[in-house]
Ligand binder design. Structure first.
Ligand code: ATP
Ligand code: MG
Length: 332
């Protein structure tokens, strides 16, 4: 069976971007033609500083977000990355396959390092090679991600191809990013050119999955827009990034296309659209956040689910890691 792998870093609380760009689609891919493996990528989180207590808390919150959204630990493998040491091991092997020049082209590194590239961790730079290990350790072929991760999945293909070529094997399969739908790049509510991120500076930039109804309404109400009414066609949003973002969020939540949203709201102003959007978001997120809070009241149960998931992940990963060692000539 074709395999899906994806993950989310516990680098803060989950956002609407994580929900629409990742989790909602992870749920959609579960239980069908794919075997689905989902990971709380704690080892990726520490590429930037994480307070230990906050990392523990965020690991449980991301897990609760998966479960509350509909990831079923019986039909998907759900675990935290650090528990399966094969990730770190294959990550090192791939550090010796990937080229420095490839890493230098990664736009996420440039964004995250900013002007301070000398001061960031070596891990932040090597991150895409660990991500390649995450995916290839399971011979995953399909990787549902938001638009921002496309380049890293393409790099994963390059690493797989170079490994196969260098060792004259056909071992690691080619994987493809699965990026579809209107909200593959949810933007900041304050700046339509910047991605919404859980690690973004201001809480007003993002909708958190655990925000209450009032907070969600307030954030959409205060979100940056322009003075124009909504156009009748998507082309009318070409140079209106903030407006386009809100229409795309509405479309993704309502399972509509942007065109369908504009067919309904074209000609209307923000006074009408923003409250409708807030209501739709609350309708979707309220039951999930209620369930997340319930789950987080029992951290031992969350930990038990993750430990069980890690056992299942190990069963798949270990033979693939062992075979990789063998191909490379390690005496084991
Ligand atoms: P950080 O700021 O720490 O990088 P993040 O919000 O970008 O956090 P990640 O853990 O890096 O979240 O990414 C998890 C998944 O969510 C990835 O598949 C990523 O593409 C997706 N994702 C993150 N932000 C968005 C967004 N704004 N729109 C759509 N998808 C997103
Ligand atoms: Mg990110």
């Amino acid at each position: 069976t074709p395999r899906v792998f994806s993950g989310i870093k516990p680098s803060g609380g989950l956002t609407l971007g994580n929900y629409l760009g990742a989790i909602k689609r992870f749920v959609d891919m579960q239980g069908g033609e794919f075997e689905t493996i989902y990971c709380v990528a704690d080892m990726h989180a520490i590429t930037v500083w994480q307070d230990p207590e906050e990392l523990r808390q965020a690991t449980r919150e991301v897990t609760a977000g998966f479960l509350a959204s509909g990831i079923d630990p019986e039909s998907s493998v759900l675990f935290n990355q650090s528990r399966v040491s094969a990730h770190a091991e294959l990550g090192w092997l791939f550090n010796c396959v990937a080229r420095v020049g490839w890493m230098n082209r990664m736009t996420q590194f440039k964004d995250k390092a900013g002007k301070n590239a000398e001061k960031v961790s070596l891990g932040l730079y090597a991150y895409p090679s660990l991500m390649a290990a995450d995916i290839l350790l399971y011979h995953a072929t399909h990787v549902p991600v938001g638009e921002d991760q496309k380049q890293h999945v393409e790099l994963t293909r390059d690493i797989a191809a170079k490994f196969n070529h260098d060792y004259k094997v056909d071992f690691f399969p080619a994987c493809e990013p699965v990026i579809e739908g209107p909200a593959m790049r949810v933007m900041s509510l304050r700046d339509g050119t910047k991605k919404m991120s859980k690690s973004g500076e201001s809480d007003m930039e993002r909708i958190n999955m655990t925000d209450d109804a009032d907070t969600i309404s307030k954030k959409f109400k205060k979100s940056r827009t322009d003075p124009e009414v909504l156009p009748e066609e998507m082309e009318g949003l070409a140079n209106r990034p903030e407006a386009r973002n809100l229409v795309n969020i509405y479309a993704a939540l309502a399972n509509m296309t942007g065109e369908e949203v504009l067919a309904e709201y074209g000609g209307q102003g923000w006074g009408k659209f923003k409250p409708a959007l807030a209501e739709l978001a609350v309708e979707h997120l309220a039951p999930i956040s209620t369930e997340m809070k319930r789950l987080m009241d029992d951290p031992a149960e969350i930990d038990r689910i993750l430990a069980k998931g890690a056992d299942k992940a190990n069963e798949i990963a270990q033979p693939i890691l062992n075979k990789t060692f063998e191909i490379m000539g390690f005496v084991r």
